[in-house]
Design a protein. Structure first.
Length: 116
């Protein structure tokens, strides 16, 4: 189930931070991501480095830093099994006056990461 999350974006360093507001107990770094984990082992925040590049590759749409700087909220959910977990982020963006939703999967699919 997706929950509303807040978004902070550091345009100078191209870092997108999506967070639920819940307290993190630990962090896990995977490739260009940092996942903040709560005491009950849920992902409560995701930090994405080179966010404009990542979002553009994953969505197939040119998403520049200016576009990301306008995003203030998102939807975030995560799936966990014994061996895998994924975080899904839905970012509402506006490109040339048209509102769209961009779906980001963290960690990214292997094909996207190998092109980086």
């Amino acid at each position: 189930m997706a929950k509303e999350a807040k978004v902070d974006y550091d345009e100078e360093n191209d870092i997108l931070y999506v967070y639920s507001g819940e307290k993190a107990k630990d962090s896990l770094e995977i490739d260009n991501f940092v996942l903040d984990i709560s005491a009950d082992n849920k992902v409560v925040a995701v930090e994405i480095f080179d966010a404009s590049v990542f979002a553009s590759k994953l969505s197939g749409i040119e998403i520049d830093k200016e576009i990301l700087s306008t995003v203030k909220k998102a939807m975030m959910s995560f799936y966990q099994s014994k061996e895998l977990f994924y975080v899904f982020i839905i970012l509402p963006i506006k490109i040339k006056g048209v509102e769209r939703e961009i779906n980001l999967q963290v960690p990214a699919p292997v094909a996207v990461m190998s092109e980086a």
